[in-house]
Design a protein around this ligand. Structure first.
Ligand SMILES: Cc1ncc(COP(=O)(O)O)c(C=O)c1O
Length: 370
């Protein structure tokens, strides 16, 4: 598949649902509804357990100090991240969420020319932006297990391919390629193009060191790894992420940055990184949510992919839009779906109690009351 900016593979079911055509919230809710007045957000892969108590306290103090630019503190956070990841500070760029790094990388390594290779479906931020600035995006379908088809992606690399995007674990399918497979892929393709590995979800799992592409960066290969405080750390609204790469690539990225970091975001990130107790708690809750979700999907006979993200991709067996509409009536925002899997939908993990509400709503929808 090869598209120049045209049709993106992502169909955001919610765009329509949030806008028009639905009864006002609360009308016609099922008995298994979310009892709260707010819609449960099981849609954007956030983590409602965050920010950590330490991060909240640091952000609050930082609001009072918010008359200052956070230059010095951003430098300190960069050093802290470098120590955490085992690379020199020259290998780190701190940015306003990892999505800033994704866009800047698309610009820095293509300047709006040539080709970008990505999987489909995947997190569309980088491929969409690359298309918007004039690149041709070669979208390579996932394999039969809904995992990146690395051999097919390597074959798709042409002389004018500038950047290859690998989302590991992949959003929306939650599949992960192993560190060993990724290292072989990087060895094969990096003489011809830069590889960006988006590891937004990798640190949700304790074995992340085995599967990260950071070792290729230490070897000096043209590889960028992006990471975020939005998922494990539960700080999506505070907008902090980072890119790791060899220093020459970091300077290319830094030249095209457009934002400075917010004081509360930087201070919260620094505190969160130190709050290992919260990070263990966060991992454990996400695991518990996954078990509840996998359990109900199994019980209801719905096929799903074992996920390495904080979301589960599953087969509704019908229309994901109908499913999303029914969930919204039950007070739950969910239901992103993506081509080319017309009956599949993604549900994000919330709090443990949220997933119990989702499980009950799913039982009602699929016809098995508890
Ligand atoms: C794979 C992936 N990468 C990056 C992001 C963006 O995260 P951030 O909040 O760090 O910009 C997301 C957000 O959902 C994502 O799913």
């Amino acid at each position: 598949m090869n598209r120049k900016l045209s049709r993106r593979s992502v169909i955001a079911t919610t765009v329509g649902l949030l806008g028009a055509g639905l009864p006002a919230f609360g009308a016609g809710r099922s008995p298994t509804s979310n009892p709260s007045a707010d819609l449960l957000r099981l849609i954007a892969n956030e983590n409602p357990y965050g920010p950590s108590p330490a991060a909240r306290a640091a952000a609050q103090q930082a609001v009072a100090d918010g008359w200052k630019y956070a230059f010095r503190e951003t430098g300190a956070l960069k050093k802290q991240i470098a120590a955490h990841e085992g690379v020199p500070a020259s290998h780190v760029m701190v940015c306003a969420g990892s999505s800033e790094a994704l866009r800047v990388a698309a610009m820095a390594f293509t300047h709006g020319e040539g080709r970008v290779v990505s999987a489909t479906p995947t997190f569309a931020f980088l491929p969409t932006y690359a298309g918007n600035i004039g690149c041709t995006v070669d979208e390579i379908p996932l394999d039969a297990g809904m995992t990146h088809d690395l051999p097919a992606m390597a074959t798709a690399v042409r002389p004018d391919t500038r950047l290859i995007y690998v989302c590991n674990p992949n959003n929306p399918t939650g599949t992960r390629v192993t560190g060993a497979a990724l290292a072989d892929f990087i060895d094969e393709v990096t003489p011809r193009a830069t590889v960006l590995v988006d590891e937004a979800y990798l640190d949700l799992w304790n074995d992340h060191a085995e599967h990260t592409a950071i070792s290729s960066i230490r070897d000096g290969k043209p590889v960028v790894v992006t990471r975020t405080f939005s998922k494990l750390h539960g700080m999506a609204g505070l907008r902090v992420g980072y890119a790791l790469a060899p220093p020459a690539l970091i300077s290319q990225l830094e030249k095209l940055r457009v934002t400075n970091m917010s004081y509360p975001g930087v201070m919260a990130a620094a505190a969160s990184l130190r709050d290992t107790e919260f990070l263990a708690f966060s991992r454990a809750r996400i695991r518990e949510c996954m078990d509840i979700t996998a359990g109900v999907l199994k019980e209801l006979g719905r096929p799903f992919i074992s996920s390495y993200g904080n979301f589960v991709y599953f087969d509704t067996g019908g229309s994901p839009a109908d499913f999303a509409t029914a969930m919204r009536r039950a007070g739950i925002m969910t239901g992103m779906h993506y081509a080319p899997y017309p009956s599949w939908a993604r549900v994000s993990m919330g709090r443990v109690e949220d997933m119990r509400i989702f499980a009950d709503a799913a039982r009602s929808y699929f016809g098995r009351e508890t």
